[in-house]
Design a protein around this ligand. Structure first.
Ligand code: SF4
Length: 491
């Protein structure tokens, strides 16, 4: 189970309505994108900010009214976070977003989803301008870089500078101290960012996933384009494509795991893409399907793919594995021992009759292997004779430097072992990955529009490519995230 940073929601009400209601529900709908911390920032003559650690709480009645009264204003931004940058000893609250950064008279609220590859280099440029006791964290560096630039060059030029000089994945929401809301996306469009509005056009909103719009009764009007900036003032909306790149690189992994199945990504609902993944697996591995008695699925991200596999093959699909809904700790962010016990608590297996059965278990991805291993062992204990693992996301052999927390080679089971060895490692009788070409076709995108670097080792940005080569050489002896190693940038 993986962690990703992060989820965003921002809105402006042109009818003087309180923006907090929209922000709150926009975050609730996207809490799957970050469990570490959450935060709100609104503007009503001055900034009002509330951040805390953990999930966005379910609040109602007087508590909700208190929050609403404090977070006044008709414009605001909100964020849920799962960190892939920042020293682990620091409090999660130190990194909670939206952050506030200032330079001279300029002050901005800042929230972003993604990861900066050259954050160390930017930090070196900013040394002296950063607060001394602040640790290394790409969002602190990014916000400072941006606000300095806005202060000297104005908003649009500052955003363009970020797009040209910051390498990595970034979908950004910002709020200025004059109440202007702004948003932009890196030129490759690695992380999602959607726009929407109310039927009467009096509310304009931005959300990482369309589910944040749906929950607020807003209509999806399109995506912020890669390299595009959007500014929503109290008078109008301005959109400008500042940097146009020859290719795009939307994260392929969003389809398999991160995005909610009811989100609409690049023209398709995620659940329909996942069903197609299942159908593809059924066509590719007919011989294995013929040997099996039943399909099981990893709850809940592999369920749509399992349905597709069932539909394609006619093989019975039993939903024997279920999630304990309120066990919310994400296994991926924990220490290895803790991770296994969390998965153990999270997934329940019902006493379906698996005695002597040959089962196919559909999983969305295998990163470190702990989750799959734990589930395979539960199925084996329940009496299964053969266990074949069908995986929708192709084998992950390379780290991600764009905001998914798998930033070293050595942690990846797919880097250390081939398919047969992986099967042994996780206690299965076979592991079968969906081929990359099938995966890409199912998304409706082309290879030139997707990032698939963790599968192919071909990174869409230059520093990341160099980092991957350097990290591979030092894989065994250095477990730090390479984009946080000063020596990489200092030579
Ligand atoms: S390397 Fe993999 S996880 Fe990271 S952005 Fe690219 S496709 Fe997504």
């Amino acid at each position: 189970m993986l962690g990703e940073k992060c989820g965003l929601f921002g809105a402006r009400c042109f009818n003087d309505k309180c923006v907090f209601d929209l922000l709150y529900w926009g975050l609730i709908a996207q809490n799957h994108r970050g469990h570490e911390s959450y935060g709100f920032l609104t503007y009503a003559k001055s900034f009002r900010r509330h951040v805390n650690v953990g999930l966005v709480p379910q609040i109602s009645g007087r508590r909700y009214s208190r929050w609403r009264n404090f977070l006044q204003g008709d414009v605001g931004i909100a964020h849920v976070r799962y960190g892939t940058s920042g020293e682990r000893g620091f409090s999660k609250l130190d990194y909670a977003q939206p952050l506030i950064a200032s330079q001279d008279d300029e002050k901005i609220g800042f929230a972003f989803n993604g990861n900066i590859v050259n954050a160390y280099e930017l930090r070196n440029r900013l040394i002296g301008k950063l607060e001394k006791n602040k640790s290394f964290c790409d969002s602190l560096i990014f916000s400072k870089y941006l606000v300095n630039n806005i202060s000297s060059n104005g908003l649009m030029d500052a955003i363009e500078d970020c797009m040209k000089n910051i390498e990595g994945a970034f979908s950004v929401l910002g709020l200025r101290n004059n109440g202007d809301l702004f948003a932009f996306r890196d030129p490759l469009g690695i992380r999602p960012l959607s726009m929407g509005e109310s039927k009467d056009g009096m509310i304009k909103a931005l959300s990482s996933e369309t589910v944040g719009l749906n929950i607020n009764g807003l209509e999806f009007t399109g995506d912020v384009k890669p390299g595009e900036a959007v500014v929503i003032t109290k008078d109008d909306v301005k959109r400008e494509r500042l940097v146009k790149s020859e290719r795009t690189a939307f994260c392929a992994f969003e389809y398999a795991y991160f995005a909610r199945p009811d989100s609409f990504l690049n023209g398709k609902y995620v659940y329909s893409v996942r069903e197609e993944f299942g159908r593809n697996l059924g066509k590719r591995f007919k011989d294995i399907v013929e040997k099996a008695d039943v399909i099981l699925s990893m709850p809940e991200t592999a369920e749509d793919a399992a349905y597709g596999l069932h539909e394609e093959t006619g093989l019975k699909w039993e939903r024997i594995l279920r999630r304990h809904r309120y066990v919310t700790r994400r296994a991926f962010i924990l220490e290895p021992d803790e991770r296994v016990s969390t998965v153990d608590r999270k997934i329940n297996i019902m006493d379906g009759n698996l005695n002597g059965k040959r089962v196919i278990i559909v999983d969305d991805s295998i990163v470190r292997g702990d989750t799959t291993r734990t589930v395979v062992s539960k199925i084996r204990k329940a009496g299964a004779e053969k266990i074949y693992v069908f995986v929708t996301f192709p084998r992950i052999t390379h780290p991600c430097f764009y905001g998914i927390d798998m930033a070293t080679f050595d942690e990846l089971i797919g880097f250390r072992f081939n398919e047969e060895e992986i099967a042994k490692q996780i206690g299965a009788d076979g592991v079968f990955y969906q081929p990359l070409e099938d995966y890409i076709r199912a998304t409706g995108m082309s290879a030139n529009e997707l990032c698939t670097a963790c599968i192919t080792g071909e990174y869409p940005t230059e520093t990341a490519q160099k980092m991957a080569e350097a990290a591979r050489i030092s894989a065994k002896k250095d477990q730090r995230r390479i984009y946080e190693r000063p020596e990489f940038f200092d030579g």
